[in-house]
Design a protein around this ligand. Structure first.
Ligand SMILES: Cc1ncc(COP(=O)(O)O)c(C=O)c1O
Length: 467
């Protein structure tokens, strides 16, 4: 219930013809419940103002160097998104034009990722890469089980091989779908999966290997081609045919432009499916993702559902039913607006900014690079020389935060968890000018930290970050 302050209970009339500001001031004297519904609603302008003011303490999205997710789009794309805000992507019969744009996006991605026949690749838009990964993993498990059962073998103990650096969505997949995760631990000089380590963990119960392009922790590309070659050799030796799912959440939109000659995609027959986030380097605001299978043959019939109650018969693949259509339209906008050359230029410019940042940071003692963004995602991680004991990267992160920069500090995954790093993600909307300001703030903060005579108390968020 909206509980008026006892002294003002009689006087409040928020609907009267008094000024917006005066009505707001009256509102301030009321206690508005936060965790249960008001008995009476508020006029729209006051509700807007209250929520708007509440949100002012959120970070500035453009200064958020933590996220891979888009924080900027052209005004024309935003206009289209606004025009499509009321469209549900699942209503394909009602919004056939939107559905057609989704199909075009899928064919464009199939072509970009070298599907043998882009028109025969199947896939779907999703809420993001997590849903794409669930679907990719599920198809791996389904196909493995079908094969095992057809051969009269036990299908009760599936496992999935991947690096310990995989994103948390793969832990979720394994828990939700009862699959044993076989995680390859990291080493000081290897922060992602290698072909040899992956191979050592494969057996007859392996539903697939997940390879990441590129890794959430340091932006590096896993050697999908070498993993495929190792699995080819394994098949020749043992008959085991283990497929690869590529988690291209970020790199699915970067590798085709900054490493066009590198075969990581459907050029490798062993790659059966690929997911990506349209809302990461696809350049769309959250949330849209994509998952594609190299051809209809690899997607079991049982995982396609047909519904006809929305008018027309419509096969659906996907965890969700209703989803916003606007992001799919915005994805198509980017394809049309940027084209191949526009994406290439964007990725080249982000890589150049990230490299300049990384090169300068490498000269700022006592920081040192954990990865370099050249030829991978425009993302890199830095750590502090272990000889520094009075402060750590969590303190540096907190100091940057006081200027508005959001640069997360976190510990590396299993086997390297003793190492804390800062990660910087360079995305569309982050200019060279902003990079210069960040460098200046880093220099200033490092100079201040160097004056610490004894260990600083732990920073407030140490250690918390897990992406
Ligand atoms: C490699 C990788 N996979 C999956 C995801 C999950 O993506 P989404 O946030 O689009 O669900 C991420 C997110 O950062 C990622 O980096």
């Amino acid at each position: 219930m909206t509980r008026p302050h006892p002294d003002h209970a009689e006087q409040l009339d928020l609907s009267g013809p008094i000024s917006h500001r005066l009505r707001l001031r009256q509102l301030e004297s009321m206690e508005i419940p936060r965790n249960r519904l008001n008995d009476q609603g508020l006029p729209g302008d006051l509700a807007y103002q209250l929520i708007h003011d509440h949100l002012m303490l959120d970070g500035n999205a453009r200064l958020n160097l933590a996220t891979f997710v888009g924080t900027w789009m052209e005004p024309e794309a935003r206009r289209l998104m606004e025009e499509c805000a009321d469209k549900n992507i699942i209503d394909k019969d009602e919004y056939p034009q939107t559905a057609e744009l989704e199909e075009r996006c899928l064919r464009i991605l199939a072509d970009l990722w070298h599907a043998p026949d882009p028109l025969a690749a199947v896939g779907t838009s999703t809420t993001g890469s997590s849903e794409g990964c669930m679907l990719g993993g599920l198809v791996l498990k389904w196909r493995w089980r079908q094969r095992r059962l057809a051969e009269g073998l036990d299908a009760g103990r599936p496992n999935l091989v991947m690096g310990a650096n995989t994103q948390i969505c793969w832990d979720k997949f394994c828990t939700y779908f009862d699959v044993e995760p076989r995680l390859v631990p990291l080493e000081a000089d290897r922060l992602h999966l290698s072909a040899e380590e992956a191979l050592q963990r494969c057996d007859a119960n392996t539903i697939g290997v997940v390879g990441i392009v590129g890794s959430t922790f340091d932006g590096s590309y896993e050697p999908i081609d070498a993993i495929a070659r190792a699995l080819d050799a394994l098949q020749q030796r043992t008959g085991l045919d283990i497929p690869i799912h590529v988690d291209g959440a970020s790199g699915g939109f970067v590798a085709p432009f900054n490493a066009p000659e590198w075969a990581w995609d459907f050029r490798l027959p062993r790659v059966v499916s690929i997911n990506t986030s349209g809302h990461k380097y696809g350049g769309v605001l959250p949330g849209v993702g994509w998952v594609l299978w190299r051809s209809g043959e690899v997607l079991p019939e049982e995982l396609r559902f047909n519904v006809n109650y929305l008018g027309g018969t419509m096969p659906t693949i996907g965890m969700n039913f209703s989803r916003p259509g606007a992001q799919v339209v915005a994805q198509y906008f980017n394809f049309l607006h940027l084209g191949r050359e526009g994406y290439r230029q964007r990725m080249a410019s982000l890589e150049a900014i990230a490299c300049r940042l990384a090169d300068r940071l490498a000269t700022m003692s006592p920081l040192r690079l954990v990865s370099h963004p050249r030829g991978q995602l425009p993302v890199f991680a830095i750590e502090c020389d272990p000889e520094v004991t009075n402060w750590n990267v969590f303190h540096l992160s907190a100091l940057l935060r006081s200027r508005g920069w959001q640069v997360p500090a976190y510990t590396l995954p299993a086997n390297q968890e003793h190492r804390s790093v800062l990660r910087i993600v360079v995305r569309a909307g982050f200019s060279s000018d902003m990079a210069d300001q960040l460098l200046a703030d880093l220099e200033r903060n490092l100079a201040w930290l160097a004056t610490a005579q004894q260990p600083l108390p732990p920073a407030a968020d140490e250690p918390s970050f897990r992406h």
